[in-house]
Design a protein around this ligand. Sequence first.
Ligand code: NAD
Length: 403
Amino acid sequence: MPGKIAHENGHLRVPDDPLVAVLYGDGIGPEVVTTALKVVDKAVDRAYGGARRLHWREYSAGAEALRQEGDILPPTTLQAIREYGVALKGPMTTPVGQGYRSANVALRQQLDLYANVRPVRYFPGVPSPLLRPELLDVVIFRENTEDVYAGVEYAAGSKEAVQLIETVRGWGSNVREGSAVGLKPISEFASKRLIRRAIEYSLAKGRRKITLVHKGNIMKFTEGAFRNWGYELARELLGDRLATPEEADADHNPPPGKILVQDKIADAMFQDLIRRPQSHEVIVTTNLNGDYLSDAAAAQVGGLGMAPGANFGDGVAVFEAVHGSAPQYAGQDKVNPTSVILSGAMMLDYFGWPEAARLIENAVEETIMRKIVTYDLAGVMDNATLVSCSGFGKMVEDAMVRG
Ligand code: NAD
């Protein structure tokens, strides 16, 4: 009988045969997710010899759910993720500027998945525009529920926009008549619960440099407050273990036993990621900064097809690729499934099944080292063997069997 993940006193209890919701998504979603499920199953089987097994249960969301059930996020899907406490999901299309709202954003809001976590590191052999791509090894914690993504915006000329403009003009702020307007809420509550998670992660994983990224020089009361709340919480949680930038060495390593908390203005951070990636290990930031930064960081070490991600709430986690649904490649069995495969490995780590997670990472690394890759990497690699999406998955499975 499959079991459900439970949370007891803040600790995760994962049975040997957990139920996991799977959302295939649309566009390239179904092909990358199908490939990833096979790889994850194989890894669990190899690592635990049948003593542990995942029970995937399919639920719908996004464009497909809208067509079939008239809802981008059917209540049965939400209910299942809440009950199982975990889901693996493929990308979902969101129309730009019009049409239906984003199923991704709805999912994050409904389940209060407040921490979007995106590890970005280099896999040897992957072509990179950097001279020393191996120096980039960061985990980005991006706030998921606030900022300009919270969806509080009003169309130009709408009753709400007109009223809001009148109100702020009454307060002495100059907003051009006829503008569309959006709000950028940043709260102490949401900022601190994200930053707390990043500090706890750093302590658990032995990461010693935490960077608060913000645009507080310009947006003092929102982005600037995020930075200030970060330092405040760091002082409270780390006490004597908190290192200041003055105590750190040239590569920002703190003295032994201490954790450095530093901050960086967002535009300077983009430069640092390219010029001095070794100065950063854990990056904590607001929603929009985190969106841009994680795509840019992923591009430095092989592109969107490589970067995994997860969205955490309290007692619930949804693992997903960083990339979107790339509709132009849908149904061609062509794109790189690594992102969802590695998101699956993140999920296994979350379960406390690191043996299976490492099997996956090592097998992906070995396959890429052998230059067996999908089109996105084959086009920029010498003497590569081009494989399909499912073909790549099969090679990763074979590597696990050999290993
Ligand atoms: P995208 O990530 O889908 O594609 C951008 C480009 O990246 C593609 O053209 C392709 O060249 C490359 N790419 C992406 N995934 C790849 C893979 N697995 N292998 C190889 N190359 C890959 O971004 P987009 O075109 O801006 O967005 C398309 C749709 O996806 C939009 O509707 C957007 O809203 C949605 N989206 C969804 C999510 C999500 O579900 N979490 C995230 C981002 C975008």
